[in-house]
Ligand binder design. Sequence first.
Ligand code: PA5
Length: 439
Amino acid sequence: MKFIGFEYKDSLVSDTQIKKLAQELEPEINRVKDALSSGYTTGYASLAAPTDKATLDRVRQVIDDKKSLNIKALFIVGIGGSNLGTVAIRQALFGCMHNQLSDDLKVYYADTVDSDYIQDLCTRARYFLNRGEPILLNIISKSGTTTETVANAQVFLKILIECYPQSFQDYVVVTTDKDSPLWLLAEQQGFTRLEIPQKIGGRYSVFSPVGLFPLGMMGVDLTTLLEGAYAAIVDGSDTAFENNHPARMAAIIYHLYTSGYIIHDLFLFSNELEGVGKWYRQLMGESIGKESLKDTTKANIGITPTVSIGSTDLHSVGQLYLGGPYDKSTTFICIETGQDTLEVPVIPGFDRLVKHIQGKELTTIMRAIEQGTRQAYSENKRPYMTLTLPKKNDYYVGQLLQLFMMQMIYLGYLLKVNPFDQPEVERYKIKTRKILADG
Ligand code: PA5
């Protein structure tokens, strides 16, 4: 098995502190290990997804079925945990401009209910249909009741019904919990359904049909993606703490949090990993930001996740990160080998500007910026860890996301919060429904 590279030497957490936390984490690591043989029955159910062959077969069957309709564009209707993982993986593997640059399946996301944005997507949907090019609607909602998703689903369904009054059902796939209101409605309407295992929470669901179906439609190599995720599970269930990277990273972030580093920045040296950053922000925000389980004073716990893109954000918040308060820890994400090689051309006269970059590859310049940034962080005693992906491919991206999900489980344990619930997200959903019902 091949693994992402890890470096902790500048985390500013001593070996003694790490050893203490390793002992504290031991029972949880054992629980995670035991849960691997329990399938979808425990709170750790998401760990079963990467090896669930039956679900993968079912997803593949639906993909084959829908591909036979010659679909040209996929409209994904879902929000939060129901689409962020898919956005992250697609962007990481296909780039930020895939819709514009390739003839592959076009992909659009309807998450919030911004009417200007949704109107543009409707125009796009009609554009395909008017040209006789079929579109597919994938409605994704674990609860099956999220206001934004239910509203947007109907907006796009109406367009489908106008175009295919007799057969619109063929162009819809619904991904939801078995027996959710949406599941039952999809049955009545005759839509194809994909089931989300009940104990897998939204933000942990990317390797369930929530992510697998749309990603498979796009042509992601699901086997390799899941092999990568499985490698992270092997790593994250290793009872030898020094080999268990998710646990070790959690211990470092936890220790720093208790020492005043209340913000954690995921600093990605790749534009195409910005989606991973936003997915991680949700994972950390919703998993960790809540009342402590065991504290009688009901302390409110939370590490504020931020996302930075290198080198863009060095010219935005770099000053704050290096010169501001000592309240941020950082995980840098670097890519060892880029896909494309592009050189700075040698144009006469330009060597007067910055001589030492003439003829160099952009990746070489980016490596220098990464190193320079880390050296500056070390010099200014800003704690950080570095993860290096040998390549930005299906295997390592799958591994990275699974590694983070396990990190969050261990962080939740250390912070004594339930990493799997999101009571305050539910609170806003209930209030919104009430306002709409009363109005
Ligand atoms: O992680 C979570 O549980 C949430 O962010 C949900 O994914 C989000 O609120 C959408 O919910 P649902 O999938 O039920 O529509």
